[in-house]
Design a protein around this ligand. Structure first.
Ligand code: DGT
Ligand code: ZN
Ligand code: CA
Ligand code: CA
Length: 632
């Protein structure tokens, strides 16, 4: 829910700020923290020390400590702590060893808590504004006495920030835009995080004896990339115990509405949830209505009207005559009693219990929730031309993943083991290239060593999962790639991405990306716009031109499945894929847990009408190898 580390950390390129569970505790049920969580805390300490203006050596020690912890494999890490040998690791001094051990065994750290308490919370909030690092925040605080975002907005508005050394008009404007975005961003939540909140609520509702059916509806069910609020729908004869449970469940901070058959609550972190309770025979109509979208609903209602029917959250009834749809639905129900459903022409489809039946009553094939955006799905459903959408279980691997060689949190072996555990036939490694020095990008020599290590790992047959040697090669400011052709030729595949000079104008950026696409070694384009959902807008780029170039040069555009990115956006995919653009659903995983993010990518792929054949990583290992070979 954007709490804990999520809100707090600065977002580095590509790397997902690991979202902590609601409540901020470590995952996995244990008391202590995993090595990745510990690394995150060490990084946070580094940022806080910077904010306080502490000694740079001390700051760097924490940053290096985080890297050192990540580079140790998990089993080895536990052993070192158990045997008191952590001090033998390079880069971990005595003070760090003691703190890491405390985090590992207790899950907390007194030093960290005190440090957090010693800093004004408003300053920490300011870290969430793009372009504002600890140094600038300190300057604003010291010279203008700014201690929170409201004061910062005021200082920008009357021009005081622009007059400060190292700021200027441009950066003042950027900060103001950042603050405005932040307000809008604050109202929505990532699908991934909303889903994590929704899961236990669904389970809790299901477990209530009074509950017959329960579904999450709304944008969550439609797989939108961000979620305004959660919507739960319950079928129950007795609603009182359901409302009681819902409003008293763990994590509820405020009950914003409470009625006999509905309630709304707000959780810590700001996410809200609506609950509606309906009688069982009304459930399917309510489910369809509250799944939405609004546009889809409007079109469905028009379609019903054209057939002399009225569709609403209460039912599907004859449209003519007096009375509201609600009254008519009640009337039809009373007339029908417990009779078997009647589906004869012209009569209301009283016995409808499933969405398949609901769509069918209006002469439509079943429309999956992801497609219900009012973008032509009803016409396609009428013509029997809905695509057989790609599914999570179709995926056999993924290509864009990082390891500790660059800015990942798990080693090559750990990532491969995780891919094997997911049942994947192959895993593509694509660490950062040398221009991404902030992400510890690989020099030519280090990349060659990694390629050799990957070949060796494959030959050792240690894992069932085959590893492809790739790279996420920076697209330099003029569109050249970050390695020479000889080295690029040694790789199985090449992902090209923009990671710097993101403020270029649209024409320059578009030409830059197209030049990279035209490079014969390029296999796929990473994150088309570089957006970070609810955090940062993408760079200016003419997506249509980039897609044209990719199609012409048989280059894949990735659907970056990181819950923070989902880039290229689903709204582009249907048309592009029809024109022959191939997709790869790439988790951009920076840790083993990140591989699971392909699920978010599959949501967006489905929203983009993609079928299995349009996604490279649904193919078999041999199929992928053939595709790579034929491209060369
Ligand atoms: P969100 O919460 O902003 O991410 O988006 P939704 O789609 O979950 O919207 P929400 O929670 O306001 O309402 C859930 C569904 O209820 C929505 O998708 C369609 C339906 N709905 C809500 N208000 C209206 C309305 O005024 N007209 C129609 N036709 N449907 C509505
Ligand atoms: Zn990247
Ligand atoms: Ca909603
Ligand atoms: Ca709602």
């Amino acid at each position: 829910m954007g709490g804990g580390g999520g809100r707090f950390r600065r977002v580095s390129e590509g790397r997902r700020p690991a979202a902590r569970r609601p409540g901020g505790g470590p995952r996995g049920g244990g008391v202590g923290m995993t090595k990745n969580e510990i690394a995150e805390v060490l990084e946070e300490i580094g940022v806080l020390l910077e904010l306080k203006g502490e000694n740079p050596f001390k700051i760097r020690a924490y940053q290096a400590g985080a890297r050192a912890v990540e580079a140790i494999e998990a089993a080895e890490f536990s052993r070192l702590i158990r045997e008191g040998q952590l001090g033998t690791v390079k880069g971990l001094g005595e003070a760090l060893v003691q703190k890491i051990t405390e985090l590992h065994t207790t899950g907390g750290l007194e030093f960290f808590e005190k440090l957090k308490a010693s800093i004004e919370p408003g300053l920490v909030d300011m870290l969430g504004i793009p372009g504002l690092g600890p140094k600038k925040i300190r300057a604003l605080h010291a010279k203008l006495g700014i201690a929170d975002i409201a004061a910062l907005a005021a200082a920008c508005a009357d021009g005081r920030v622009a007059q400060l050394d190292g700021f200027g008009e441009k950066s003042q404007e950027k900060i103001l835009t950042g603050i405005k975005h932040r307000e809008a961003y604050g109202k929505r939540h990532l699908w991934w995080e909303a889903q994590e909140v929704a899961e236990p609520i669904l389970a809790g509702l299901k477990a209530l004896p009074a509950v017959e059916r329960v579904e999450a509806a709304g944008s969550l069910r439609r797989g939108m990339e961000t979620i305004g609020d959660l919507d739960f729908l319950v079928a129950a004869a007795d609603s009182a115990p359901v409302v009681a449970w819902f409003t008293a469940q763990p994590g509820v901070q405020e009950v914003t509405a409470r009625g006999e058959t509905k309630a709304s609550v707000r959780f810590a972190g700001g996410l809200q949830a609506d609950l509606r309770i309906v009688p069982a025979d009304q459930f399917v109509f309510a489910l369809h209505h509250f799944t939405g979208s609004k546009d889809h609903n409007v079109q469905m209602r028009q379609r019903a009207l054209a057939r002399g029917l009225s569709l609403s959250e209460w039912g599907l009834v004859p449209a003519e005559g007096e009375g509201t749809a609600k009254e008519k639905a009640a009337m039809v129900k009373a007339e029908s009693g417990n009779r078997k459903p009647e589906r004869t022409e012209g009569k209301p489809a009283i016995g409808i219990r499933t969405e398949v039946e609901l769509f069918s009553a209006l002469g439509l094939h079943y429309i999956p929730p992801e497609l219900r955006e009012g973008r032509g799905e009803i016409e396609a459903a009428e013509a029997g031309e809905l695509p057989a959408l790609v599914e999570l279980r179709d995926l056999r691997g993924a290509f864009h993943n990082h390891t500790t060689e660059s800015d990942g949190r798990n080693t090559l072996a750990e990532m491969t083991a995780a891919a094997e555990a997911m049942g994947w036939d192959y895993l593509g490694i694509a660490d950062h290239s040398k221009a991404s020095f902030q992400a510890n990008g690989l020099s030519e020599e280090r990349l060659r060593r990694q390629i050799a290590a990957i070949r060796e790992l494959n030959e050792s047959k240690r894992f069932k999962t085959h590893v492809f040697a790739g790279v996420e090669c920076d697209i330099l400011t003029d569109g050249r790639l970050d390695y020479d052709d000889a080295l690029l030729g040694e790789l199985d595949y090449v992902v090209v991405s923009v990671h710097n000079a993101m403020t270029q104008d649209e024409a320059t950026m578009t030409a830059r990306i197209i030049r990279a696409i035209e490079h014969p070694a390029t296999t796929m384009l990473g994150h088309l716009t570089g957006r970070l959902l609810l955090r940062r807008e993408g760079y200016q780029v003419d997506a249509a031109k980039v897609m044209d170039a990719a199609i012409a040069h048989r280059v894949i555009i990735e659907l970056n499945a990181s819950p923070w990115r989902l880039d290229m956006d689903w709204r582009h995919w249907r048309k592009a894929a029809e024109r022959g653009l191939l997709c790869a659903i790439n988790p951009d995983a920076h840790e083993t847990d990140g591989l699971r993010h392909v699920a978010a990518g599959v949501n967006s792929a489905r929203k983009g009408w993609l079928v299995k054949a349009q996604v490279l990583n649904t193919r078999t290992l041999a199929g992928v190898q053939r595709w790579f070979r034929e491209r060369k």
